[in-house]
Design a binder for this molecule. Structure first.
Ligand code: AMP
Length: 119
């Protein structure tokens, strides 16, 4: 598993060094709109803790952090009105997964039929 890079772009957003279009924030997470949206709703949900990837998060985050993360996801999809219509959540991981930013994040895509899983 990769070492966490304190200077990755999402770390800079968390430190307030660069801005983001914030959707939601609490003690455990920050959620903001993706800068290059692929759907009418395209939100990135990130934990505030320093986790490189979904497997790093699963292996090393506390129960409170894991609960906080998914509770926030549930709140966000409800508030955005996509809980009923449906959405896709994606966690790209590592080189083969096409992960560009090495801070664990889940893409939340919705607001239209998202299409086939892999094209
Ligand atoms: P991934 O390939 O899963 O690592 O996705 C990284 C995502 O971060 C891409 O969808 C980018 O459009 C998005 N992104 C990169 N920089 C920013 C930024 N400053 N604010 C919002 N989204 C960003």
């Amino acid at each position: 598993m990769a070492i966490y890079d304190d200077n990755n772009i999402f770390a800079k957003i968390l430190k307030g060094e660069i801005p983001c279009d914030k959707v939601y924030e609490d003690d455990f997470v920050l959620a903001f709109n993706d800068i290059t949206p692929k759907a009418p709703v395209h939100i990135l949900l990130i934990p505030k803790g320093k986790y490189v990837s979904i497997d790093d998060f699963g292996a090393n985050a506390s129960a409170a952090e894991v609960k906080g993360f998914y509770a926030a996801l549930a709140k966000i999809v409800q508030e955005k009105g996509i809980a009923e219509t449906g959405f896709r959540s994606i966690a790209n991981t590592g080189d083969d997964g096409g992960q560009e930013v090495p801070h664990f994040h889940v893409h939340i895509l919705g607001g239209k039929p998202i299409g086939q899983m892999i094209s």
